[in-house]
Design a protein around this ligand. Sequence first.
Ligand SMILES: *Cc1c(COP(=O)(O)O)cnc(C)c1O
Length: 238
Amino acid sequence: MSDVRAAELAQGLAGVRARIAAACASCGRDAGGITLVAVTKHHPASDVELLAGLGVQHVGENRHQEAAAKLAELDPRVRSGLSVHFVGQLQTNKAAPVAGYADLVHTVDRARLARALDRGAQEQRSEPLPVLVQVDLQEGREAGRGGAVPGEVEELAAVVAGLPGLRLRGLMAVAPLGAPAAPAFERLAALAARVRRTHPGADVLSAGMSGDLEEAVAAGATHLRVGTAILGSRPAHR
Ligand SMILES: *Cc1c(COP(=O)(O)O)cnc(C)c1O
């Protein structure tokens, strides 16, 4: 059974790596500048272990309880080699534990959450917690999927940069629903360039999922968050 699943994951991963290579080739980028985050939400710890065996070093999770339980289940040798990316909307009261285990939090979208992560990070970490400010690219089209509206991003970035427990690493966004990804990612990249003028270390751009990773690579994404194209459709919510 595990052999069958390993083969499925190997195939999914190879397909995504080939798409990234092709996208990089078509815009003259080096694929070495791209970090692939395998989003393993709703998939079991055994999948994470198989992916690690296939060379995956970065995994993404979007819910604290699920992430914490899954990480605890992993073989310690696998766990110690993984970078954990928190990519979900985060409630302030779950911020402290996430600050304890995440290597990069992609979804800081309000000052209150930044301050809660800062407190958790100062209590539990010897080094600041790297974070991204999430940008809402919906631009008023129905309820957003989280994120600060573009006009508030620079102010939030300044708040994050001023917190001793956090390190501002860049911006993240999900493409808008019902609108083309490419122009939205271009707006995100322009905003990221503005933020970098004030915060040169904020050089991470997290954009692109299974359906739009090519557009994200073209816009300069450094981190792609890919679930379905690697792991298949997610099992029913547990
Ligand atoms: C689930 C998720 C992804 C991965 O989405 P796929 O379409 O399955 O690749 C990426 N980013 C975030 C924030 C997610 O919640």
